[in-house]
Design a binder for this molecule. Structure first.
Ligand SMILES: [Fe+2]
Ligand SMILES: [Fe+2]
Length: 482
């Protein structure tokens, strides 16, 4: 693994969008506490804020900003606060909470007068009045402003929605295993009756997108656990999940994220046409066999052309199935006579497919089960095999020690990685659930954060020494993780 992991230059889109909105809106809000609405400063601030709002409405359809405890959620995705914007976000949080306003929603474009109306209404609210939001709603209605809505600051209800990670874990688990069953069904359908039915898969991928947008750690964890029985169908689901998670980080709109999931789920569908002896041959393939194997992208495209509805989704799926073994520098297969750059979806799937097929369980693979080696390998091929920008995003997402990895710490503890740090500088300092040995087996202990330092010495309290193979320790990671 190279010394330094490049920092995430594409950023976390909901954070960027949410922060941009808060900064512009809070400035206007502050201005409104100082000047009257005829002042030219207010005009300028309102125009600046308007630009941000209308840009967001145009790209997202509508957007909402919610406050849950001390956190902001932009379109239900938590905003990651960075040091530069910390004071502004704190200030805004304080102003909203003291007025019992917990949600702002923009459903359509607004004009300058409407925005000013709204901001002066907010400013003028009395503190600690729980029904402030009703007053605002009434006033907005009275003025004919339909595009703006506000909601009450409700800590309890909101906690149920966002903080209940157990619920999200359960849901993620269901999405994951149902997807595996579903891919199986679709494959059987193609094999036996030559029909392709993807209706259910579509809905499931929408669920996966929702879960990933709230918190991707549960689904990424499931994708990283490699000791399931049936690898083949797992692989498809893993590729879908990794791809959606990358897509979310580079700002692909929600609607297309589920398309991306579908393209990932069925990228290898062409393999149903490959004879089993070739498909699961443990030894090296002969030249003829390799030719057969390498026709699966073409078979895949052919099968997907049977999809009933033609449109954006089917086109994207066909393209991705056809292109997923093409490399960034246009080598790879199938051989094209007219060279053109693979589509964004294909480029994403090419790298998640590569990663997931190498991090397979040992029984399938000569390469050892360590993802840091594979990520290193991928980084070396950045720009030739893979899209360099996507590689950066992917490595930051997976971390050197992916969720679900069994690690040995310098304190001689062993533990399982449960969360990757958002800050790419801390990519080697994940959160780890310590394990302790009692009554003949390993049990879940406390969760520690490896970025914690000793107060007296300033040194890190715990550091990963190496990764361990869970099978050698008789540990079923899935059991601990779920
Ligand atoms: Fe493939
Ligand atoms: Fe694949």
């Amino acid at each position: 693994m190279p010394e330094r992991i490049p920092s995430r230059d594409l950023g976390h889109l909901p954070t960027q969008q949410g922060t941009e909105f808060i900064v512009a809106f809070y400035r206007l809000f502050k201005g409104a506490t100082l000047y009257n609405r005829k002042n030219f400063t207010i005009d300028r601030l309102a125009q600046e804020c308007l630009q941000v709002i209308n840009k967001l409405v145009n790209s997202e359809g509508h957007f909402s900003l919610k406050i849950v405890r001390d956190n902001f959620f932009f379109n239900n995705v938590r905003i990651q606060v960075n040091a530069d914007q910390y004071t502004v976000l704190r200030g805004f949080l304080h102003e909203m909470r003291s007025r019992w306003i917990g949600e702002l929603e923009f459903a359509d474009e607004v004009n300058g007068e409407q925005l000013k109306d709204f901001v002066y209404l907010l400013c003028g609210l009395e503190e600690n009045n729980e029904s402030n939001y009703l007053y605002i709603l009434k006033q907005l209605e009275y003025r004919g402003v339909e595009a703006i809505q506000v909601g009450k600051f409700e800590s309890l209800k909101a906690e149920e929605i966002y903080i209940d990670s157990k619920h999200l874990k359960r849901e993620s688990k269901e999405v994951y295993f149902r997807s595996i069953g579903l891919v199986k069904d679709v494959v059987e359908g193609v094999k036996n009756q030559n029909v392709l039915n993807v209706r259910k898969a579509k809905r499931l991928m929408q669920n996966a997108v929702n879960a990933i947008m709230q918190d991707d750690s549960a689904l990424l964890g499931l994708a990283n656990i490699k000791n399931y029985d049936e690898y083949t169908f797992n692989h498809s689901v893993n590729v879908a999940i990794y791809s959606i998670a990358i897509g979310q980080r580079i700002g692909i709109p929600k609607k297309y994220l589920s398309h991306l999931g579908m393209a990932g789920l069925f990228h290898d569908i062409g393999k149903v046409k490959i004879p089993k002896e070739v498909l699961i041959k443990p030894k090296k393939l002969s030249v003829e066999e390799l030719v057969i194997m390498r026709s699966h992208p073409i078979f895949g495209a052919e099968i997907l052309m049977k999809m009933k509805e033609w449109g954006e989704l089917s086109t994207r799926m066909i393209t991705a199935a056809f292109e997923h073994h093409l490399k960034y520098d246009l080598t790879g297969y199938p051989k094209l006579t007219r060279k053109r750059k693979p589509s964004l979806f294909s480029r994403i799937i090419a790298l998640t497919d590569f990663y997931d097929s190498l991090v397979r369980p040992m029984i399938y693979n000569r390469l050892p089960y360590v993802s840091e080696k594979i990520l290193g390998l991928m980084l070396e091929r950045s720009g030739t095999d893979f899209d360099p920008a996507l590689i950066k995003v992917f490595i930051n997402m997976i971390g050197i020690f992916p969720i679900g990895t069994l690690v040995l710490l310098n304190t001689d503890d062993i533990g399982i990685v449960t969360q990757i740090q958002e800050d790419s500088e801390l990519i080697d300092r994940p959160e780890v659930c310590l394990l302790y040995y009692s009554d003949g087996e390993y049990r879940k202990g406390k969760v520690v954060d490896l970025k914690e330092r000793d107060e007296a010495t300033g040194e890190y309290k715990r550091t990963v020494v190496k990764t361990l193979n869970p099978n050698e320790y008789n540990i079923n990671v899935a059991e601990f993780f779920l």
